[in-house]
Design a protein around this ligand. Structure first.
Ligand SMILES: C[S@@+](CC[C@H](N)C(=O)[O-])C[C@H]1O[C@@H](n2cnc3c(N)ncnc32)[C@H](O)[C@@H]1O
Length: 258
């Protein structure tokens, strides 16, 4: 079990030019490469690990996100860090043939699994390698932008959030689903699970203990609910609110572009 404190803000980067990668302090320009190694390594076992680690709960968290997104036929939707495509798939079904749903991710191994799953489901949609910090879309293009379990891995979360706000049309909605700060009474058991069971599952199922240790550590270093709410406001989003799911294991933040 870890005795590391929970982080309270993205700003605890330590020395200038460094940031955190889990509990390690690394050069800022090294983080993206290290994150890429994690997701290249886990891509093929990613979905089965999600079900095992969360006991299937990630499906309910995503279903709630899809409900809050309130996608209507014809909408333009961008799923950032979309990986194997759970959200994009649900969005595409709701946006219908007149809609435009983009599945994007910085990691081509994850995106390839996602694109194949979309094709297997009979859904034709654009899939593109994109860095959330430099989105290749015009201002005000999308009705909805989502990011699920991706923000935590980004080096400059403030830049990524500003980009998400930029590509939303006025009145458009941003949805950020991410691990968050669990209710205090649950922390001991949650820490025990995270630092023992997750790496063990990673070793047994994905043959990769290190990446799942990173998962547990990166959750602890991610901003808590109120800090992230402030970051969305800072990025120019309005009427920002969040929903704690499973006692704060996960939180869904949403905000509107004015
Ligand atoms: C935990 S997976 C989430 C996948 C999917 N959204 C889901 O909920 O199952 C995190 C994803 O974030 C992606 N990612 C990390 N940094 C990124 C960045 N700067 N821009 C876009 N995607 C990024 C990773 O490649 C990875 O596929």
């Amino acid at each position: 079990m870890s005795d590391k404190p929970y982080s309270s803000a993205e700003g605890d980067a330590g020395q200038p030019g460094t940031t955190h990668f889990g509990f390690q302090q690394v050069a800022e320009n090294d983080k993206a490469r290290k994150v890429a190694e994690v997701f290249h390594s886990v891509a093929s076992r990613y979905d089965v690990m999600n079900d095992l680690m969360s006991g299937g709960m990630h499906r309910a968290w995503k279903a709630f996100t899809v409900a809050r997104a309130a996608i209507r036929p014809g909408m333009k939707v961008l799923d950032i860090a979309g990986g194997t495509g759970d959200l994009a798939k649900a969005f595409a079904r709701r946006a219908g043939p007149t809609g435009e749903v983009w599945l994007t991710d910085i990691n081509d191994s994850m995106l390839r699994v996602g694109r194949d799953r979309m094709l297997d489901a009979g859904l034709l949609m654009p899939a593109a390698v994109c860095d959330a910090e430099k989105l290749p879309f015009p201002d005000g293009y999308f009705d909805r932008v989502s990011v699920a379990f991706g923000l935590r891995n980004m080096t400059h979360k403030d830049r990524a959030l500003a980009e998400m706000a930029r590509v939303l049309r006025p009145g458009g909605k941003l949805l950020v689903l991410e691990f968050s700060r669990v209710a205090k009474p649950l922390r001991p058991v949650y820490d025990w699970y995270s630092f023992n069971i997750l790496p063990w599952l990673g070793r047994k199922v994905a043959n990769d203990e290190t990446s799942y240790r990173y998962l547990a550590e990166s959750i602890r270093m991610h901003p808590d609910q109120d800090t992230l709410k402030g970051m969305l406001e800072q990025a120019g989003l309005a009427r920002v609110q969040y929903f704690n799911l499973t006692a704060g294991v996960v939180a869904l933040h949403e905000g509107l572009r004015l």
